[in-house]
Design a binder for this molecule. Sequence first.
Ligand code: FAD
Length: 479
Amino acid sequence: MSGKRILVWFRNDLRIHDHQPLFEAIQKTDEVIPVFCIDSRLFDQTIYGTKKMGAFRAKFLLESIHDLRKSLQKIGGNLIVRTGIPEDIITDLADQFQVNAVYAYKEVASEEVNLGDLLEQKLWKLKITVNLFLGNTLYNKEDLPFPIKDLPDMFTAFRKKVEKDSFVRKSYETPEKITVPASADWGDIPDLKTLGFEEIENDPRAVLVYKGGESEGLERLNHYLWNSKAVTTYKNTRNQLIGADYSSKFSAWLSLGCISPRKIYHELKRFESEKIANDSTYWLFFELLWRDYFRFVFKKYGNKLFRQQGLKNEKPERNTQRETLNLERWKNGLTGIPFIDANMRELKLTGFMSNRGRQNVASFLVKDLKVNWTLGAAWFEEILLDYNPASNWGNWAYIAGVGNDPREDRYFNILKQSHDYDPKGEYIRLWIPELANLPNSFIHQPHLLNGKEEEKYGITIGKEYPSPIIDFRKFEKAY
Ligand code: FAD
């Protein structure tokens, strides 16, 4: 020990397990200064008229900060919490505590990368080094069998190469002891109201009562693997729409780093060796690879994936007034297409939507309503509980046909998808109570009801439930 102090800046890594910056800071110094800054810019309006962070994620974030502070307190430490501009706050704290270095994880999306660069410049003037670690993926960038500039533009090629020629590193151990300054202004953690949000009421139809934090994330991991063993049927259930266990629901904890992808990987491997290894257990790993892939795609292409033209060199089209109206109907689940509306209402009321749903509503907005995809991605950014830039904008650009692998034209026939994935209309009835009394023959296309039938089922299409926003016959033809 050399009497050094290191400030650990927590960003999207709100955990103490498998946390390289924290682990190394504890090894190398006498005192660690753990800090989290709530970036006040997250609550500003974006150029799309949305917020960068809505109430669901804000709540989840606050819960995760509380949990991180508790975990640090359990090992003898604490967490400094501030709200404001992180690069200023970290610089001030680094100066105040006379630290030798600032440790943090590196990010991949442009705003977060810029923030790291700005901090480096500011601290350089104070002769304080910033050490940004690679991580928060299964595979470390330096362990990839190719430089990022040669990252394959097709997922399959990426997957095959990494599976063959790379490896997932061991997780860092969870520290058992940390020494922090004896006194400090640790700061209060604000509540939702202070951040400008109303309290959220849990919708009883939500797939899960989400609670942020490392403890909850690890509990969910334990539940999905060891307690329920739902992972052993994941490949068959992952396209379902109702319930807690059809998919892992790890995404929100992963996005804020409450749980590390490597931790999931090693637990999965242990489960496979001690219980069962089958297609489903492999498939969870396969999906986590998608997450890695989009992060590396962002590293390769930077903020091009936030542009309407994506990776293409075309001039972006302007949105018309009609498209803007369509966007509003889409956001509010009022398109008159039950499968779309059910998904969009679930999202708006709970902050979550299944992967099947996300693919359909995104394809519908872009390919059928012809709305600029970035407006849809910005809505998801505000409302999603599990939002992260790479997974969200990467998937949207991919579906809009302007991301990586632009050759594949993904079009979803909504009517077919609705029949295939919600054959009995249970999901539609759950989220659109106006349609609850309709028989199966009409649940996917309520606009086919004639006057008599409308009377019989107590609903007038165009009144209690909207008429379809587009000509439905296009789906029927292809279906
Ligand atoms: P599971 O099916 O259990 O999958 C396990 C994990 O694998 C997920 O938690 C996630 O980390 C990863 N994963 C699965 N599918 C994908 C994928 N297509 N891309 C990247 N990672 C994946 N996921 C986010 O985490 N944040 C987002 O902001 C986000 N936005 C999306 C936007 C669109 C338009 C689409 C089509 C997908 C988006 N996804 C996003 C990916 C995916 O829909 C969610 O990760 C998944 O539905 C979360 O549920 P789960 O944790 O139960 O997933």
